[in-house]
Design a protein around this ligand. Structure first.
Ligand SMILES: [Zn+2]
Length: 261
């Protein structure tokens, strides 16, 4: 289901509703950037003028009530490093593909265009996580690394963790080379997220879902948004569909100030 916050269209998880967290899987709708970045692009690395990205960020802060200067993103490198934020916010993006924190009023965000954004909430210890997992991240087990980091840092019990898998490219559109399967099998015992159908296809959502179940997250605590980013170009940036020249949509989660500590 697509929601609207002051013109910004976003998807949300039924499991993350409530008074203590704000979150959203933003679409590309509601920003100021022009094609091929139209319109809610958060990535300033390409040729979208920086002023547009700044305006899009300002619209995000306003629409979701995130305090100015309290959105933390990382320089995503398809690796498995998890950034822990406690108190001091980084003054420039650190290389990592996941962020965890227990700080209130800090929105942690991931930027994607086909890869899967995953949002985590531990309602027992009041901690959150945001993960970027495409095929490389799934092969490296980034979502498991993030759950383990939350356990180590906040005492998170995976059995109490809520996990929301956001929109990503679906197996309908995601043909991959056999090298992807080889890389995946270096770290995982089963290939259930791959199937042969007019070439090899990967289901990134299923990969991340199975990894979460494997580390002890309960089935009923996992939500999956199975909208395909490549099938819905009016809603989502898609690296594959747009031949690499496209923007990045933001997904974020934030513990609201005043949440129990
Ligand atoms: Zn598709």
């Amino acid at each position: 289901m697509i929601n609207d916050a002051k013109g910004i269209k976003y998807a949300a998880s039924p499991l993350l509703q409530g008074n203590f967290v704000a979150h959203g899987f933003l679409t590309r709708v509601g920003g100021v950037s022009l094609a091929p970045y139209a319109s809610l692009n958060f990535d300033g690395r390409d040729t979208d003028p920086a002023g547009n990205v700044e305006k899009n960020k300002a619209l995000f802060h306003e629409a979701f009530g995130v305090p100015e200067g309290r959105l933390v993103t990382v320089s995503q490198v398809h690796g498995k490093k998890v950034l822990v934020i406690d108190g001091q916010l980084p003054d420039k993006p650190v290389e990592a593909d996941a962020i965890v924190t227990a700080e209130p009023d800090v929105a942690i965000g991931m930027m994607t265009a086909d890869c899967q954004p995953i949002l985590l909430h531990d309602p027992v210890n009041n901690a959150i996580g945001a993960v970027h997992a495409g095929w490389k991240g799934a092969a490296l087990g980034i979502v498991v690394e993030t759950v383990l980091k939350m356990s180590e840092t906040y005492g998170t019990d995976p059995a109490c963790l809520i996990a929301s898998l956001g929109p990503c490219i679906g197996p309908c559109c995601y043909k991959v080379g056999w090298n992807v399967l080889d890389e995946y099998m270096k770290n995982h015992r089963d290939a259930d997220c791959f199937r042969e159908n007019d070439g090899l296809r990967m289901d990134i959502s299923l990969a991340n879902n199975l990894q979460l179940l494997g580390v002890g997250v309960k089935k009923e605590n996992i939500s999956i948004d199975s909208v395909c980013t490549s099938c819905n170009p009016e809603l989502f940036f898609s690296y594959r569909k747009d031949n690499g020249r496209t923007g990045r949509q933001l997904s974020f989660i934030m513990l609201k100030g005043g949440s129990p500590r």
